[in-house]
Ligand binder design. Structure first.
Ligand SMILES: [Zn+2]
Length: 165
């Protein structure tokens, strides 16, 4: 799914100023309901690219290398859930699995707790963040979810954040 975040479409744009009032932006965004956002794993903002970024000749990571990493993460997940019924990847986890497979260090727990309070996130958003953090750690082949994985997963909840308030 894709959406603008304000009626004029320039909110957060580096070149063109958004002239929408805070009230207008909030009203516009409130049409996307919280429960709907809660069901989407990852929200990201996609800002306009600068010409130098489009013209960037630094080679990107190859698709083959990315595929290899994804396959490894999928293999880790298959291994993790081999004794569970009808679960093959992190996205399928239910709350009881989150408690079992997404245990956090004290540091990560503290980070997540603060973010939840500060950003006023729902219980559903909390579950999504844990699952995404689990996947990020799998992609790095790390058995334990680290606080930087939680921090990264939090960044993928941009529409939950009160940044438009
Ligand atoms: Zn605007």
């Amino acid at each position: 799914m894709a959406t603008q975040v304000c009626p004029c479409g320039y909110h957060g744009d580096s070149k063109q100023e958004c002239l929408c009032s805070v009230f207008k932006v909030q009203k516009y965004l409130s049409r996307v309901s919280g429960p709907l956002l809660d069901r989407i794993d990852i929200h990201v903002e996609v800002p306009r690219l600068k010409f130098t970024e489009m013209n960037n000749e630094t080679p990107a990571e190859s698709s083959a290398a990315v595929k290899e990493r994804v396959n490894q993460a999928r293999a880790i997940q298959q291994q993790r859930f081999q004794k569970e019924k009808n679960i093959y990847c992190n996205a399928h986890m239910q709350p009881k699995h989150l408690r079992k497979y997404c245990q956090l260090t004290v540091e990560s727990q503290e980070l997540l707790k603060n973010a939840i309070n500060k950003l006023n996130l729902s219980a559903r958003a909390y579950d999504r963040i844990l699952k995404v953090a689990r996947t990020i750690s799998d992609l790095e082949n790390q058995p334990q979810i680290q606080s930087n994985h939680i921090a990264e997963a939090l960044q993928y909840r941009s529409l939950d954040k009160n940044l438009f308030a």
